[in-house]
Write a protein that binds this ligand. Structure first.
Ligand SMILES: [Zn+2]
Length: 97
């Protein structure tokens, strides 16, 4: 492109653009659409338990303290998983059904 040449932008003709509606555009699923319950209900209930426990710890001032060794839980660990109960040095308890 030669120097000094300004590309001419085509200005849309407003009289024709006004007629272009997108009422049929993509949007959220219509109301009444079937919503499958998440398969992992147990996981969600466990998460709620964890959150409730975390809130209780915030109340009594023990949030951020390792439940196993009493040391501080690393801030990075809490940032990643705010419900963390153990510091990075303590192994998580075995998960049993
Ligand atoms: Zn610990």
């Amino acid at each position: 492109m030669p120097a000094g040449t300004i590309p001419v932008m085509e200005t849309p003709d407003t009289t024709t653009v006004a007629a272009t509606g997108d009422a049929a555009g993509a949007g959220p699923a219509p109301a009444g659409a079937d919503v499958e319950p998440p398969a992992d209900i147990d996981g969600i209930e466990h998460l709620l338990d964890e959150v409730g426990h975390t809130l209780a710890r915030l109340d009594d001032g023990t949030y951020g303290r390792c439940e196993a060794c009493g040391g501080a839980v690393e801030p990075a660990l809490l940032a990643e998983r705010p419900t963390a109960r153990l510091c990075g040095a303590c192994p998580p308890p075995p998960t049993e059904a």
